[in-house]
Write a protein that binds this ligand. Sequence first.
Ligand code: SF4
Length: 532
Amino acid sequence: MTQKLNTSQFTQLTLGIPGFEYKDLYDAKRLADLLEVFDQSVQQHDADLFAEISAYRACAGEGMKPEDISELLVRMAPLVGTFVARLFNVSDVREQQIGTIRGEFDAVFVYRTEIVGKLAGRFKGQTIEGWDIAQLNAQLNALLAATGKQSLFAEDPELAVGQLGAELWRLSQQTDLSDTDVAVLKSQVSEQPALNIAYDSAASLIAGLLDVVCRWSFAAKQVPELQAVVAKWLSFKVPEKTNLDNLVEHASVAQNGYDVWACDEHHHRRRDGFALTDKRFNQRQTLYEVDHCIYCHDRDNDSCSKGIKNKKDATFKTNHLGALMTGCPLEEKISEMHVVKRQGDNIGALAMIIIDNPMCPGTGHRICNDCMRGCIYQKTESVNIPQIETNVLTDVLFMPWGFEIYSLLTRWNPLNVKRSTALPYNGKNVLVAGMGPAGYTLAHYLLNEGFGVVGIDALKIEPLPLHLTGDRENPPMPIMDFQSLYEDLDKRVMLGFGGVAEYGITVRWDKNFLKVIYLTLLRRAAFKCYGG
Ligand code: SF4
C-alpha cells in the first residue's frame, strides 16, 4: 500500500526572503528566481562586484587568470553566506560563529605568531637561569586579574593568555599611544602590587606588561610546572618534521613472545563496540590548521588543489615514496575556502567547497588526503585540510536548519558559475549502477543537469521515512536540528547506501554523513534508488 504523507505535524520553516516558501527550494524554476534575488542583492551592495561576477559567469572562467577567479570567489563568498543565512533566518547564529572564530584568531593565533613565535629572537642568547618563576607566575596572574580575565583563565587558560598577549601586543604596535589610551589599564594595574613595573610613559607601561607575558611564555617552554599548563596549547604547537620513511611512528614491543609494532599510548583509540572512535578536531585545532595555511591561491601556487608539477612538462611530481602529488582530484578551492573560514563564515566556506565537491559529506577527514600530499609543506606537517573541510561542513550542519542549508547549496550555489542552479527535468532518464561514492556523485551531477536518475545497488538499501524525503505532492519536512537525524554509530542500522563508504569503512568515520548524501538525493523528485 502506498504511504500517504501527513504534513499537518511538520515543523514549519518560514524563509527570510520575501516571496519564497520552503517548497520553492525544490523547484528548479524557483531556484532560478532565487538566484535573481541574490543577484539584485549583490548589485545593490556592490555594483562593480556584480559586474565582475556577471562577466565571470558569461565566460565561465575562460581566459581569466586563476588568481583573479580565486580573488573574485573569496569576495563573493561572504555575500552568499549573508544571503543564505537571511534565507534561513540564522543570521544571528552566523554572526556568533564569525565572532567566535575571529575572536580566536585575534587572540590565540596573534599570541602564537607575534609572541610565542618570536620568543627565540626576543630572548636570543638568554636562559631562564636565575628567573623567579613563582614571581613571574604571580605577575601573570595579577595581570589577568587587572584585565578581568581570571575567570576566563579558569575556563580556557589559552584563550585568556592569548587575549592578554594579543591586546598588549596590539597596543605596543601603536606609535601614537597616549596616557588616555591606557588610563583604565594603568589604574587597574596600580591595584595589583605584584605588578610593580617602572614606567615613564604609556609605551613603557605597555612594554613592561608585555614583557611579563613574553617572559612567562618563554619560561613556559622550559619549566616543567608551566610546560604542563601549556602542553596542549595550539599556540605553542610547532609543525613536526615529516619523515616519509617513518610516517607512522612506532616502537617494537615484546608481546606474548613476539616483537610487535606499537604506537605511542597517546595515539591509542580504544574501540568500544561500534561507537565512533575519532571525534574529529575541535574548533581551535581546526583553526590552528587554517592558521598554518599560507593561502597559496593568490600566487596560483595552491598545490593542495592543483598538484605539484614538473616545470618542464607540467606532469605531476612524485614524492620520496613514489606517490604522485596530484593535489585534490576534484581541484576543490581549498586555499580560498581557508580564507573564508578564517573570516568565520562557515556558510560561505561551505559554498566554496561545494563548487567542486558537492558531495563533501563523503570526503574530508578519514576519507581522502591527496590534498595534504600536495600541500606546499613537504618537509614539515602539511595543513590538515580534510579536518578543516569536515569542520566547515559540521559547523553548518549543526546550525539551525543546517541540513537544509547544505542541501540547498548542492542545488543552488551562486559561486558555481558553471551550474548555479539545478536545471528542470528534461525528460531523459539515466540508470546509474552502484550507489558508492562514484555512483552517488554521478547521480547528483546528472540531476543538476536535468536528467532523471535511477540508482541501483547490489546491497539492500533501506528506505528513509517519507516525512524526511517528501513525495510527489508534498515537500519533505524541513529539518531544524541535525541532531534529529544523527545516530550513534553503535546503534545505527546499516542503510545500504554508499557502497564502499557503507560496508568498507569502520567506526573511524562518521557514517551519519552518508545519510546526509542519501537524503539529499532522495529529496530530488527525479531520483529513485533501488537496492538488491
Ligand atoms: S593547504 Fe598547503 S598548498 Fe594549500 S594553500 Fe594551504 S599551505 Fe598552500
